[in-house]
Write a protein that binds this ligand. Structure first.
Ligand code: SAH
Length: 371
């Protein structure tokens, strides 16, 4: 691995070779020996501390709308489901942004289903509001929007955009993510476009999608580096019973191969390996991880490579309607309760809440890797 200078205790040198090749990533993904995994956790934590420090950056998540024109087979707000939907008013979004400022968060993330009802102009107004009235960084996560929209929003001051590629296995992606009409979905190209426009680009995958193999997950992790991503979010796949993928009794009709489990350990292995492969990126300890392990999922993520927490700012009355998967952690808690809880838990790990926008601070290694 380029210049991450992995140092291991004497006798443990064989655990993490100097260069994380695909074989080594794969080997770690398959490793289940807790003693050996302890070395991976320690290396990831040490690398996190060396490259991004002890700050846990706080990004307030505003789930703006549950309307969606897509029909992703894994997602509970897929367009064809007959469910109650909501779209926050502009005033409600601004109220959430102000709350984010009051709670001391450095960024707000405007997230939604892929909702044509959220017009280009409206999002531009939100970005202008955030950039002129608050010190916050503005992140968008609105699905696969047009080039013209991305360019205008960047021009208006948007700092970052999040779009997971979900899996780097294109055959699997096509099975779980139908195109919209004749538009062919190309999330990898979308991420490259974001970078060209000057956004900080975030992506990620779900761990344990039915049909996902260990080889695919290793490729997912190496692609994070190849794309020179600024942020990488991963969480376990959580079956939603009212979706085609959640209903499927057996994995999709793929060639028989070993299924990646959608567990907290598998997710934190992915986080740890991502930290080692992309040492200076921002990595959240996700709500999906906290859902699969309600007791200490968040902590495990932060102790195994993550440095970001994304507390929810959405008014609680709408939360249940943004049900991308069931039993979402913290869904019933108010934004103030979330803030108190996360501050306590961050302190208990000996870490500190981040201040300021908390964008990626590139190291010399990643500068020379950037294309
Ligand atoms: N519509 C936007 C943002 C909302 S979904 C988009 O598609 O980018 C945000 C993320 O939630 C998705 O990228 C996906 O990785 C995750 N997600 C969706 N359904 C999920 C499920 N059933 N289990 C776990 N994560 C899920």
């Amino acid at each position: 691995m380029q210049g991450t200078g992995i140092r291991l205790p004497a006798g443990k040198e064989e655990m993490i070779p100097q260069s994380l090749t695909r074989d080594v990533v794969l080997w770690w993904l398959r490793e289940n020996d807790e003693t050996k995994l302890e070395t991976l956790w320690q290396e990831a934590d040490r690398t996190r501390k060396e490259y991004v420090g002890d700050a846990v950056h706080l990004r307030g998540l505003i789930e703006m709308s549950s309307f969606c024109r897509r029909d992703c087979h894994y997602c509970g707000i897929r367009g064809s489901r007959q469910i109650d939907r909501y779209r926050l008013s502009e005033a409600e979004v601004e109220e959430c942004v102000r709350l984010g400022v009051r709670l001391g968060y450095g960024t707000v993330v405007l997230q939604a289903g892929e909702d044509p009802g959220l017009s280009r102009e409206r999002i531009t107004r939100h970005i202008r509001f955030i950039k002129s009235e608050t010190p916050l960084a503005a992140t968008l996560s609105l699905g696969e929007r047009s080039d013209a929209e991305l360019a205008e929003w960047r021009e208006a001051g948007a700092d970052r955009y999040l779009l997971r590629y979900e899996t780097s296995d294109m055959a699997l992606f096509r099975r779980i993510h139908p195109d919209c009409g004749t538009e062919v979905s190309d999330r990898i190209e979308f991420l490259r476009r974001l970078k060209r426009l000057g956004y900080e680009a975030g992506s990620g995958v779900m761990v344990g999608i039915p049909g996902q193999s260990f080889e695919t997950l290793a490729d997912d992790i190496l692609l994070f580096r190849e794309l020179d991503l600024d942020m990488v979010g991963v969480g376990p796949y959580l079956a939603h019973p009212d979706t085609p993928l959640g209903r499927a009794a057996a994995p999709l009709s793929l060639p028989p191969r070993e299924q990646v489990p959608a567990t907290d350990v598998m997710t934190t292995k992915t986080i740890a390996l991502t930290r080692l492969v992309c040492p200076d990126v921002n990595i959240p300890s996700t709500t999906a991880l906290a859902t699969v392990n309600t007791e200490n999922g968040r902590e495990l993520g932060l102790e195994r490579g993550a440095n970001v927490w994304m507390p929810n700012l959405t008014p609680t009355r709408y939360r249940a309607l943004y049900e991308i998967y069931p039993d979402k952690a913290c869904a019933g808690d108010t934004a103030e309760e979330c803030q108190a809880c996360l501050l306590r838990r961050i302190a208990s790990l000996g870490r500190v809440p981040g201040t300021g926008p908390g964008g990626r601070v590139r190291t010399a290694d990643s500068r020379s890797n950037a294309r």
